[in-house]
Design a protein around this ligand. Structure first.
Ligand SMILES: [Zn+2]
Length: 90
């Protein structure tokens, strides 16, 4: 089985867009028509505009949102927590 990122449930798209909007570094952007995002990718993840959005800040905020949300933690927790390796030997 190849590793595949789970698809983001549609109900979280608005949260993702809100996080992006809150972390825009300028207000006039022709690249994204001031939306702050370009679209969604194949995993239904919102793709932030690199011209006007602080991507790193968005990732920090998004990770903490995922951690506080049980459904998202179940979906993506393993992608964000690599320090806690599963004990396979047990
Ligand atoms: Zn933009």
């Amino acid at each position: 089985m190849s590793e595949k990122t789970p698809r983001l449930p549609d109900k979280y798209l608005d949260v993702a867009k809100k996080v992006i909007k809150e972390n825009r570094s300028k207000n006039n952007c022709k690249a994204c028509y001031d939306r702050g995002f370009i679209g969604t990718n194949q995993d239904n993840m919102v793709v932030p505009c690199t011209k006007c959005v602080d991507i790193e800040e968005v990732m920090v905020k998004w990770r903490s949102f995922v951690r506080e949300n049980e459904e998202l933690t179940n979906l993506y927790g393993e992608y964000f927590e690599e320090d806690e390796e599963e004990q396979v030997t047990k």
